[in-house]
Design a protein around this ligand. Sequence first.
Ligand SMILES: NC(=O)c1ccc[n+]([C@@H]2O[C@H](COP(=O)([O-])OP(=O)(O)OC[C@H]3O[C@@H](n4cnc5c(N)ncnc54)[C@H](OP(=O)(O)O)[C@@H]3O)[C@@H](O)[C@H]2O)c1
Length: 257
Amino acid sequence: MRNFNGLSARGAALVTGASRGLGFEMAKKLSALGFDLVITGRDGEALSRAAEAIGGNVSAVTADLSVPGEAERLYAAATSGGREISVLINNAGLGASGEAWTVPAARDAEIISVNAASALILTKLFLKDAAKRGFGALCNVCSVGAFQPGPYTASYYASKSFLHSYTLACRYEVKKYGVTVTSLCPGPLDTDFFRLAGAAKPALSMSAEKAADYAVKRILKGRKTVVPGVLNRLARLVPAGVKTKVIAKMKRIQNSE
Ligand SMILES: NC(=O)c1ccc[n+]([C@@H]2O[C@H](COP(=O)([O-])OP(=O)(O)OC[C@H]3O[C@@H](n4cnc5c(N)ncnc54)[C@H](OP(=O)(O)O)[C@@H]3O)[C@@H](O)[C@H]2O)c1
């Protein structure tokens, strides 16, 4: 019997976007807790390096989650040979910066495919198996950006709002089957994310390791919404309209630097 609350583990954890950043750090923690790992990303060499650094029993599957059919192929590869995925972390994600109408539609489509559509498909595939088995822990990595609109990074915030809402609805549906569902909502992290999104990294960024350390134990305990960082948790008390104005101002300053 898996005892997630006691943090003892058997079975495998599937972590998307685990070649670097938050996904890599969460995979490392899960491996240290005794989970076998299936990690994924687009860059096979980066994945191999990550697998070596994580240690333990790690399988790497390359997949581009912006491409239709890849989420299904990934889940089939992860569960092949009867491997039981007891934990799924939908972490792969990307953003874009700039006025909404200046962001290329292809980039927005990629954001929606990876951050929302692929996470939704993997959620369905995992919950179907987990509900039948009667246990499992799912975490969808959203963002504090899920809690209000994000001017100058509109499609990213919208994708995370979608995922957060979908995640919490699923949580209610599968509770009766003994399956937990968590929305992880980090604030700014010290990763490659902002550079790749064409934005400046905010001054107060948390290390991915610290965020992973805070998150993994809470995911395994089945917490509902997990927000690493006391300031990020306090910010949840601020009305969404006020936060939207502050975000707009901050992004304008960051983008002009
Ligand atoms: N950084 C932040 O401030 C922050 C704040 C809140 C929430 N988050 C969320 O946390 C998650 C991890 O972010 P991070 O900061 O660790 O970013 P990161 O360092 O850029 O890592 C992103 C990961 O996702 C993978 N990935 C990107 N596009 C993919 C695709 N099309 N198909 C498959 N994998 C893909 C990347 O691998 P490849 O490039 O090799 O594919 C990489 O492993 C994301 O969901 C992000 O939205 C980040």
